[in-house]
Ligand binder design. Structure first.
Ligand SMILES: [Zn+2]
Length: 413
């Protein structure tokens, strides 16, 4: 242990508000007097499942292995046993009760974690594995890289992490105030997740958005006031993982692909997320047919390998898809396993990171010592602020980047 002696560290607070995009904060009164350094951050392609591990490690999904939740892994699939039920008709296998049983089994028996949702058809689950088997905030929770929390542990820096795994947003704010007052740690990481669902449903209503921002403003103001009482030089930083893009158009991509007359799983496999479709093929003909159809569409485009590399989401073994089709900002896959019936959001995320509505936020009580450009930069900022300055950590990271050769950034900026 080479951490600074207890009690000598500055009180440092990082707050991650899920999906609070720059567009919703820009020009608004939201902690402006406290958090004076304000810039947009570019997100990474994908959803929170890819973005948050990038924030916590400073490296992209291609290194963490955390991108979308489901990946192709027929040998390692925890759902192999479902193959023996393939004789059952869709009406039974896809029934909501079957899905609920699988969800509960996944969460309690198969070690998939409390957030596991059965978003892939049960008939196809035996071909897939699930990335987040562990709580990403726990020790060793991220597969391909050590997180800021692993490093704080190693250096003996006392920290507290709050997430939906245990508490709602209001309870997290309350608990953090108590723990700061009781000087339980110097580094506090608050993950507030409820803004995501709120913006999915209300992002086009500025009055409601303002009211919700005011609620967070008041809660966080209290947290910071307590921190400053304990340590006049305390700092607070509010970040997000991605933004929220208003939906203008829906497209029945599933219907289009099914109309090609190909069979799953004999000819191909597909996983449809809200803004993305990922395909695996078991024959050239299937691949050509799907590719041709997708190329004709105006609502999105196929992402090439070079672009996937630049975005930090290229996987040589194609576990996340041999072919990846991304919808244009503002479009939504109108029916999919992910977007179950009755789920009609008016906002979505998971578009190309260059979409301005997808930008995340960085709001700091002081100017950080590094330029903040993407959500991966938050990691270095957290490391500096928390007092982590271990040389072995830096050399390990440099090595990881050289080995994978896919990282498009400089972690030590
Ligand atoms: Zn969301």
């Amino acid at each position: 242990m080479s951490g600074r002696p207890a009690g000598k560290q500055r009180v440092t607070i990082f707050v991650l508000i899920d999906a609070l995009g720059w567009r919703y904060v820009e020009g608004q009164e939201f902690l402006n007097d406290i958090l004076t350094y304000r810039v947009p951050l570019q997100t990474v392609l994908g959803f929170s499942s890819g973005a948050i591990p990038t924030i916590l490690t400073g490296v992209p999904p291609a290194v963490t292995g955390h991108w979308n939740l489901f990946y192709y892994d027929p040998q390692g699939s925890p759902f192999r046993w479902l193959r023996s039920l393939q004789f059952l008709p869709d009406a039974v296998l896809n029934h909501c009760v079957t899905r609920k049983i699988i969800k509960e089994l996944g969460r309690r028996v198969l070690g998939m974690g409390p957030l596991f949702e059965c978003s892939v058809s049960p008939r196809l689950l035996p071909w897939f594995n699930y990335v987040e088997k562990k709580n990403i905030y726990d020790h060793g929770g991220i597969n391909g890289s050590r997180s800021i929390f692993d490093q704080l542990d190693q250096q003996g820096i006392a920290h507290r992490v709050y997430s939906y795994h245990h508490l709602g947003d209001a309870e997290i704010l309350e608990q953090a105030v108590k723990d700061i007052e009781e000087k339980k740690a110097s580094f506090f990481f608050l993950y507030l997740s409820e803004m995501d669902m709120f913006l999915h449903m209300h992002c086009k209503d500025p009055v409601q958005v303002k009211a919700r921002l005011d609620w967070y403003d008041q809660g966080l103001r209290k947290v910071f006031a307590v921190a400053q009482k304990i340590d006049p030089q305390a700092s607070m930083t509010v970040i997000s993982d991605h933004g929220m893009t208003p939906i203008d158009n829906r497209y029945d991509l599933v219907g289009d692909i099914e109309a090609l007359g190909l069979q799953m799983p004999a000819d191909y496999l597909a996983v449809y997320d809200s803004t993305m479709a990922r395909f695996w093929f078991f024959g050239d003909q299937a691949k050509q047919k799907v590719e041709r159809r997708l190329t004709e569409l105006q609502c999105g485009r196929i992402l090439g390998d070079e672009e996937l590399r630049q975005l930090g989401v290229f996987f040589a073994d194609r576990r996340f898809g041999e072919l990846i089709f991304l919808l244009n900002p503002g479009w939504l896959v109108s029916q999919s396993d992910f977007n179950g019936k009755g789920w009609m959001p008016i906002g979505m995320h998971g578009y190309h990171p260059e979409d301005p509505y997808s930008d995340a936020i960085f709001l700091g009580s002081s100017r950080p010592s590094l330029a903040m450009r993407t959500i991966a930069d938050v990691y270095s900022c957290m490391r500096n602020a928390s007092g982590l300055n271990s040389a072995d950590v830096e050399s390990r990271e440099a090595k990881a980047h050289v080995e994978t050769g896919v990282y498009d950034g400089n972690p030590t900026r």
